[in-house]
Write a protein that binds this ligand. Sequence first.
Ligand code: GLC
Ligand code: CA
Length: 535
Amino acid sequence: MNSSPWWKEATIYQIYPRSFFDSNGDGEGDLPGVTSKLDYVKSLGVDAIWLSPFFTSPNKDGGYDVANPRDVDPRFGNLEDARELITQAHMRDLRVIADIVPNHFSDQHEWFQAALKAKRTSKERERFHFYDANEDGTPPNNWISLFGGPSWTQVEDGQFYLHLFDSSQPDLNWENPEVNADFEKTLRFWIDLGVDGFRIDVAHGLIKEDVLTNHPDPQGLSNALRLDVAMDSEVRNALLLTVPYFDRQGVHEVYRKWRKLFDSYGEREIMAVAEAWVHPPVNATRYVRADELHQVFNFDLLTAEFDANVLFDVVERSISLNATVNALPTWALSNHDSPRVASRIGDEQARALALFVFGLPGSTYVFAGQELGLPDGQLQDSDRQDPTFFRTNGAIKGRDGARVPLPWGGDTIPFGFSTGKPWLPISQSWKDLTVESELADPKSSLHLYKNALELRKEFLVGAGGITWLESPQHGDKNDSLLSYSRGSITVVMNLSDSAQECEADGKLVMVSSGTVDARDGIKVIPARSTAWFLS
Ligand code: GLC
Ligand code: CA
């Protein structure tokens, strides 16, 4: 194998197919829609796309409820469309990462349908977690689903099945070898169709232990596990240490097997990235040991405050923990499960943080629309589709805000996304945030992303580690600046609300907002902004 595989310091663009571009006017994005926009994707300077699920699904959880993992849902097209998308991406030197969902199937999957019809003690039921009710008729334990409400649903003969997510997403029983055999078949199916890698959904969830044990605070735990629920980080971290159903040792056996399967494709350099939000953070490194997966998401930046101490700790910890297993970190500011970064920390802060992160070693993930600086969509409760909203009776609004379709151009809604009615409404206030209008504005977020990704490729990929210049532990040790140098680039982020002086060497190549004044070797970084200097 090549000493520097393609994914090592790649920029990966996450596409939520339903919200990207609608090719046939039914109001929902689809695979031909993605294919038709690959030139745009390429122009961003990214190396790969990760497609959220497009498999056959009743779509109760945005396609993360898979009814047939080896086919395409008609709403997105068909297998031929998937093949064409992959071919067209490869022609542009873009790799394709598919999203595999091993923790659960949809209740519409043939296995679950067969389990419902089968006897209490049958091999059909052994593919899932079916248990008898307690003597008083209550479910086997008190766990609360991550989407709210009980983790158990009762079937006709009185047994309950476990679902950590929606009741339409029965958890699979990974102690049953049939389950792994079926997933290996699915992995090969997509690799043979041409995909270059996988994002593994709920990668830390497959093995369940202590299924018959109650948790002392099941509701608190369920909230702590949601990226869209704000919570004091100490309270959250304490709860996250008590999860009974995630991050069991057995999951690593699964990934060791999968790694052998990936490696059997040799030069194709098939990679996998784990969605494994585990605590304490050191546990995440287990997923990227040499004989396991290639990357693990770092979720810290999806919830971190725009604060020098917090961000310094996140970056430092992520780099040093990954180094212990010879891996590089990953960085993500937004995804389809969390509030958009511009809404969470502010427009200027989001741009500043993006430039700060693009300089770091490792892979960066960009959620489609993030490059435009999109905020969360403003939705009425009647628009919402996320199961969380329904399962919590509206107490948690859910993730639809981050999933509003992309605005492509024109002056009126739906801004070129579809000729029909978009599945979630787009607001007229996005008029200046369309791809078309940002392309026309040299100061737009879109241009900033393109410039940054180009400079990153030219000067930073493969440039090794960082040297801190300003942080709560280095330099002037003030809380306004975070600054590091890497290769020939110095990155300075001013987190404060006033301009700050620094002594960065080199010539200014980019600033996320405002203008940098330079006098007598001193540079003045504008408020809430990041600048890159090249020496
Ligand atoms: C992952 C996905 C999320 C989905 C959940 C259940 O966390 O990112 O969108 O709802 O798994 O599959
Ligand atoms: Ca469509």
